[in-house]
Ligand binder design. Sequence first.
Ligand SMILES: Cc1ncc(COP(=O)(O)O)c(C=O)c1O
Length: 475
Amino acid sequence: MESLLYAQLADNLIEHIQAGVYKVGEKMPSVRALAKAEQVSIATVNSAYAILEDRGWAEARPKSGYFVKRSSQSSIGLPSQIKVKTRPRAVTTKELALEVQREASSVKNRNFSCAIPDLKLSIASVIQKTFTRLSRAGSNLGEGYDATEGLFDLRQQVARRGIDGGVHISPESIITTVGAQNAISLALRAITQPGDIIAVESPCYFGLLQMIEAFGLKAIEIPADSETGMSVEALKLALQQWPIKTILCISTFSNPLGCTIPDEHKKEILDLVVEHDICLIEDDIYGELQFEGRRPKTFKAFDPDGRVLWCSSVSKTMDPQLRVGWIAPGRYYDEVLRQKYTNYLASPSLPQAVTADVMSKGLYDRHLRQARLLYKQRSEQLRDFARLYFPEETRASSPKGGLVTWFEMPKKVDATALYHQCRELDIRIAPGELFSISGLYKNYFRLNFANEWSSEREAALKTIGEHLKQAIHQA
Ligand SMILES: Cc1ncc(COP(=O)(O)O)c(C=O)c1O
């Protein structure tokens, strides 16, 4: 816990600088005074100050102590909201998306391209040990197929965890799936016919766009704000103009913006859903990854009459290899269950049993507490490095949870060209054009911040920054 303590202390000190408690050039509290005031060891305070130095917030002056080095005024602005021509379009397959996905685990220390959690946290060995224990005990093996709706123990855990997000449902209303992608695909299969129009936020996670294409559906892009997500006004207009079949929405700490739709907007969107007699597929895969405070409420929490199909998984919180997810499909339960049965019969039992076991013992919650704090620090570190190494025109989202940050560059920067240049150097980023069906976001890219910072990762960011500066100055 000591390691978390100094990081927490560093965060508090940075917040104080940002709030103007300590001004640029001013002396910060002495190590001894701070240790006494916070009732922590001298070593803890020294480690906290080392973080501040690393991130450029403070500098040590010989025999004088620590001084504030910079103010929050030099912070990076938020990305601008792009104007989207809202009309339905067929999605075209992007080889690039497949390439990014295929190479998700390559060049581990220089890979920023995928929305993957830190797989080196201690939960990894917990999962491994639980697999060994349960498979030795022969649990869930030699019993034939799992029930199509999935393992009861897991559904029970999911129902219990849902309460934090305002979801009050029984295990019987949940169906387990092979990850969230599978949950959403079952929802789309249950609800739509080829040619139907799906409203998605823009920018939108490319895996969802690819799925819409694979099912012969059309997508309509609804602009999203980098803080509050899908524009309610734009959605309203689109619903008036087009026969939209369903809304597909990453409600909390979305990918790529990291934004969260405020509760008031959720209610307004659900009013529109009722008015137009449609439904909403909620992708809540990042919902439990808030950096601090309580987990935001889900759309499902405000579901008036079973119109929300709530989908999630443990891919972002534990490990995507588990392929464990779920859906609470509300009034579409029978159709979604039939889709799971006809397409997959059942999910593998052992990963479900392992997930349920880890959740039931409180190990999942313990892990989440650690992961949230680490991801908060790492996202701030990414911002700090961007401030240091990227061009001054850089704009970036400021996520309050999740795993990714969305960067905007001046129009002359071609982020797809940057992706290829980086790939040559064994560095991976996710280029912005993947996140649109209408050629938007060519000067944007997404970076993952979940992995531990190392000198190699920092050097990779510096290289990205050099290429960006070159692109700006050449054009
Ligand atoms: C928003 C979103 N939904 C779904 C998925 C896929 O989730 P899973 O691995 O659980 O299928 C991802 C993975 O990146 C994602 O970012």
